[in-house]
Design a protein around this ligand. Structure first.
Ligand SMILES: NC(=O)c1ccc[n+]([C@@H]2O[C@H](COP(=O)([O-])OP(=O)(O)OC[C@H]3O[C@@H](n4cnc5c(N)ncnc54)[C@H](OP(=O)(O)O)[C@@H]3O)[C@@H](O)[C@H]2O)c1
Length: 334
């Protein structure tokens, strides 16, 4: 049994991308368990854009305090237990933090820790992506979007963990689905393998013309993951009474939020814009997880992962989200 817990603690609040030393590696003793506690060995960490927000400011959760273990979702296996609900070998997911061992106790509810079932042919990491935060976000965001057969859905960050699932749910509902992504390889993946009808590489200079050509009947739903110029262009092509599921604004997480140059399209096109945070839907996670698992089993949702090895690489991995270094779910293998 290991006696040392390696952890990444927040040392300074990043400005722009994470710099060396914003997260510092420290070693602490693995704590002795008290009654009512269990010890999980963290196997995988979920790397999410919201971590950059948690490092910088209070948002829908308080900012991580300086000196505190960096907050993150993760997947762990119970290695020791004095907790009535957990036994050795149980697998859990939830807010493990960027560390090798997590103590689960009476606060397990706040840390969203829950047991993970063994499903044949489903790897552990899927519980961080398609059957974890990203699948759930796509599911509830698409509920807000209310897709109807024949409508046009545009999703940004379309080859990422959330966007790639959003587009596939759009296809399940019979929508024309157009994804916006940052490389030709990503565009090929979402059209050839995931069934998107079209993909636009926003790094090509003529991308706005290509987007307009890809949505001949206009856009009914914007599943917005990026904000800024991309959102502005999409809103300009929306149909009257379109819906915007405002999921994320990643283009503003490492620099001053570019926001929108103009909100006029929301007014002129009578759009319904709804921001949402997936945690608000926690009471319905089982319902959504069951549906997502079914779609995955039936091959209606396919996924990809980008895996980075080693806890110490987590800061680099976080930065990859902002340079587009990942396709699908970004995970650190501890
Ligand atoms: N509301 C919620 O509850 C909730 C929950 C989870 C996630 N989210 C949000 O959903 C979005 C996607 O998150 P994710 O976890 O699925 O990450 P992800 O899409 O797997 O990774 C982020 C991707 O965003 C793209 N990107 C980064 N900076 C960009 C920029 N300036 N302009 C355009 N694209 C950019 C990159 O792909 P390219 O190569 O295509 O640029 C990158 O791969 C984020 O905004 C996140 O905050 C919200």
């Amino acid at each position: 049994m290991a006696t040392v817990n390696r952890q990444l603690v927040l040392q300074s609040r990043p400005k722009g991308m994470l710099a060396l030393g914003d997260l510092q590696l420290q070693e602490t003793p693995v704590p002795e368990l008290r009654d009512g506690q269990a010890l999980g060995r963290v196997k995988y960490l979920s790397i999410d854009p919201t971590m950059r927000v948690w490092m910088a400011m209070d948002s829908y959760l308080p900012a991580v305090a300086i000196g505190e273990v960096m907050r993150s979702l993760g997947f762990a296996e119970i290695v020791e237990s004095r907790h009535p609900d957990y036994k050795k070998g149980d697998r859990v997911s939830g807010l493990t933090g960027l560390q090798e061992y997590v103590v689960i106790d009476a606060n397990a509810k706040q840390s969203l820790i829950q047991k993970v079932p063994k499903i044949p042919f489903v790897s552990d990491t899927v519980f961080l992506g398609t059957l974890g935060i990203n699948g759930l976000t796509a599911y509830f965001g698409m509920e807000i979007a209310q897709p109807k057969k024949g409508e046009t859905l545009v999703v940004s960050a379309a080859a990422g963990a959330t966007g790639s699932i959003v587009g596939q749910i759009g296809k399940i509902h019979g929508c024309r689905v157009v994804g916006i992504a940052g490389t030709d390889e990503k565009c090929n993946w979402i059209t050839r393998d995931l069934g998107f009808d079209a993909a636009i590489n926003y790094k090509h200079t003529d991308w706005t013309e290509k987007l307009a050509a890809a949505v001949p009947s206009g856009i009914d739903i914007d599943f917005e993951n990026v904000g800024g110029e991309i959102m502005q262009s999409v809103l300009g092509l929306m149909n009257l009474h379109g819906r915007v599921a405002l999921c994320g604004l990643i283009s503003g997480y490492t620099k001053e939020d570019p926001g929108l140059a103009s909100f006029a399209a929301v007014l002129m096109k009578r759009l319904r814009v709804e921001g949402f945070i997936v945690l608000d839907y926690a009471p319905r996670f089982t319902e959504a997880g069951t549906q997502l698992a079914q779609w995955k089993m039936l091959g209606k949702i396919k996924d990809r992962e980008t895996i980075v090895e080693g806890l110490e690489k987590a800061p680099d991995a976080i930065n990859m989200l902002f340079t587009g270094g990942n396709t699908g779910k970004l995970i650190v293998k501890v």
